[in-house]
Structure formats: C-alpha cells, structure tokens
Design a protein around this ligand. Structure first.
Ligand SMILES: [Ca+2]
Length: 127
C-alpha cells in the first residue's frame, strides 16, 4: 500500500512545479506596454503596430480594428479596481467576447477566431 502512494505524490509534485512555472512566466511581462495600460498589437508576439489605452474604448479604429493578434494587460491591480480587460468582436461592447485578460496577463498568440476580431473593450472586475 505504501508504494501505491508514490505515483500520486510524484504527480502532485509535478503539477505543483508546472503551476509555478506558468505563474512566473505570466508575471515576466515580456510585452512592451506602459504601466497602467491595455495594449493590443496587429501581429502575434507583440509585433506590428501597437495601440494602447488607459480607459475603455467602445469603437476601435485603424490600425487595430479587426487586426488584433496579441494583447497585454498592464493595468494597475488592487482591491475594488477594474483590473481585467474584456475585448468584444463588435463596437459598443456587444457580440462575442474574444479575449479577456487578468491583471498582468499577456497573450502572445491568438487562438482561433479571436484573431483579427476586436472592435471594442472595457475594464471590468473579473473575466
Ligand atoms: Ca492581425
């Protein structure tokens, strides 16, 4: 019975290590985005043209409109602060949400239809 517990303990330790690795990479903030702002780029890996905002924008314009392919949330975080960012596929914060980023989160590569889809965004309390 003792030996049967070892694989479980090893798995738990492995998952713990993976969790630590993910957490540290998320806080590394590789993207060049001013503190307190939400940034979106026209290319993946924070390339192409960058647009950045400190507040909401309900009607994205060129060059980022429907061209967003990577994102970074460098907003200020704290109790009672809207520190998450939700992006929508249409102007006016309507339609499907494409990406939602927590505080400090960066998305270097778009997944599926979220690529080139953003038209508006808002800061909110949670995703
Ligand atoms: Ca793009």
């Amino acid at each position: 019975m003792i030996s049967s517990h070892k694989p479980t303990a090893l798995l738990a330790a492995t998952l713990l290590a993976l969790g630590t690795a993910v957490a540290s990479s998320a806080t590394a903030q590789a993207a060049s985005c001013p503190s307190g702002q939400f940034c979106a780029w026209t290319d993946a890996n924070f390339g192409g043209q960058r647009t950045n905002w400190s507040g909401d924008d309900h009607d994205w314009e060129d060059p980022i409109q429907d061209q967003d392919s990577s994102w970074a949330n460098h907003g200020i975080s704290g109790p009672g602060i809207k520190d998450h960012v939700q992006v929508y596929e249409n102007p006016g914060l309507v339609g499907f949400g494409t990406v939602c980023l927590g505080p400090g989160q960066e998305i270097a590569t778009p997944s599926g239809w979220a690529n080139d889809s953003g038209d508006s965004h808002t800061w909110k309390m949670e995703c």
